[in-house]
Write a protein that binds this ligand. Structure first.
Ligand code: UD1
Length: 358
């Protein structure tokens, strides 16, 4: 009998993780994957475009949960996913990453007696003011299988009392997507469309509430960006939550959110990436592009130890110091173990062992 597995995807950073897992599962007929889109992100340029770029099959269920406060959004997803799980009766529910859809899906499934698999488990920033950190800790604490991207995840989970046999290093699904699409992405004409040509440029992304909702922090960051933009023009696809707080001008070019392939192309060719995203720290490491993370901590330490990432903080001076350091000694970086494009297959191997042996 086939093992029915529900997969939850809700927000932009989930889609590049779910794509290779859906693909790998479809090659194993013993599984019946069933994709649930919570609708946390709903604009075409935050969701639909990624399904097309990454060739993800249409979700079996679309919950249309939408935006709201953390409580309202999480609750809405929980209310809407329960009847879907009741109707479809999956053996397991796979959640990825650390967004509200992740914790909402895990909570509902676990209370229904459905086994929960967390992909990208164990990452810790140790900063509990970050909503994602709460989502990670809660999801991991109730997951049956914890699939990790880097060894720090194992250390963190063991410290939290997770049984070692539940933890498996599978590599990084997001890097599967990167590797599968890089060649295609390089053909994107996005640089021509933006009038960049072959000139060096920097790429900016910023959306963390602690950075963009706090006026003083945002002003410090913008001050640093204006100075850096004197050295290299900056291109900044703006996340919806950040847009209202910014005004166009100078050598900082504000863009609408970009699709996966266009963004990957800009990343691969950038002289520098400045970001507060989690996933972009990992992608730049694999692309060998210097990354300044505009935060005081990271839940992805391997990108600093082995990769091209540097913590630049959020103050004007700390960011400019990191920029000077990067120009003086760019990081070459090396690949973390198993970030090789085969994470989807490794996930399947773990899932087979767990679900078929029982
Ligand atoms: C969410 C994740 C964050 C992830 C980010 C990537 C949580 C807690 N946060 O943050 O970890 O890095 O996604 O994008 O789950 N909006 C739109 N259109 C959309 C989606 C959102 O306009 O398609 C607006 C919403 O109205 C809202 C704001 O953007 O006001 C924030 O959206 P939300 O999903 O709540 O959180 P993100 O900041 O996107």
């Amino acid at each position: 009998m086939q093992v029915r597995l529900a997969l939850v995807a809700g927000a932009r950073p989930n889609f590049m993780k779910v794509a290779p897992l859906m693909k790998a599962l479809s090659l194993h007929p013993e599984f019946e994957p069933l994709l649930i889109h919570t609708g946390q992100h709903y604009d075409d340029n935050m969701s639909g475009q990624f399904f097309r770029d990454l060739d993800i099959p249409a979700p079996r269920f679309h919950l249309g949960a939408g935006s709201g406060s953390h409580a309202a959004q999480t609750a809405e997803i929980m209310k809407r996913i329960e009847p879907v799980l009741l109707e479809s009766q999956p053996r397991g529910l796979v959640v990825v990453g650390d967004v509200n859809s992740t914790v909402a899906g895990a909570l509902v499934a676990k209370k229904m007696g459905i086994d929960v698999v967390h992909v990208e488990a164990g990452l810790r920033s140790f900063d509990r003011t970050m909503p994602e950190e709460i989502n990670r800790v809660v999801t991991d604490s109730i997951s049956d299988l914890l699939l990790i991207t880097e060894e720090s995840g194992r250390t963190n989970l063991l410290r939290e009392g997770i049984a070692p046999e539940r933890i498996h290093l599978v590599g990084n699904l997001m890097i599967d997507s990167l590797r599968a699409n890089l060649e295609q992405a390089r053909k994107s004409d996005i640089r021509a469309r933006l009038g960049i040509g072959d000139r060096p440029y920097g790429l900016v992304t910023l959306h963390r509430p602690a950075n963009v909702d706090d006026e003083a922090t945002l002003q410090g960051i913008l001050g640093a960006l204006e100075t850096i933009a004197q050295d290299v023009p900056l291109y900044w696809p703006v996340h919806p939550r950040t847009r209202a707080r910014l005004e166009e001008g100078g050598r900082i070019h504000l863009l609408d959110p970009l699709g996966y392939l266009d963004f990957l192309c800009l990343q691969a060719n950038a002289a520098i990436v400045l970001t507060d995203s989690g996933g972009i720290q990992e992608e730049t490491t694999v692309l060998g592009v210097d990354c300044l993370t505009l935060r005081d901590n990271t839940e992805r330490p391997v990108t600093i130890e082995l990769g091209t990432n540097r913590l630049a903080g959020t103050r004007r001076d700390s960011i400019l110091a990191a920029w000077r350091e990067t120009r003086k000694s760019p990081k070459k970086g090396q690949l973390p173990p198993f970030w090789d494009g085969q994470a989807g297959e490794r996930c399947c191997a773990v899932l087979r062992k767990y679900f078929l042996a029982r």
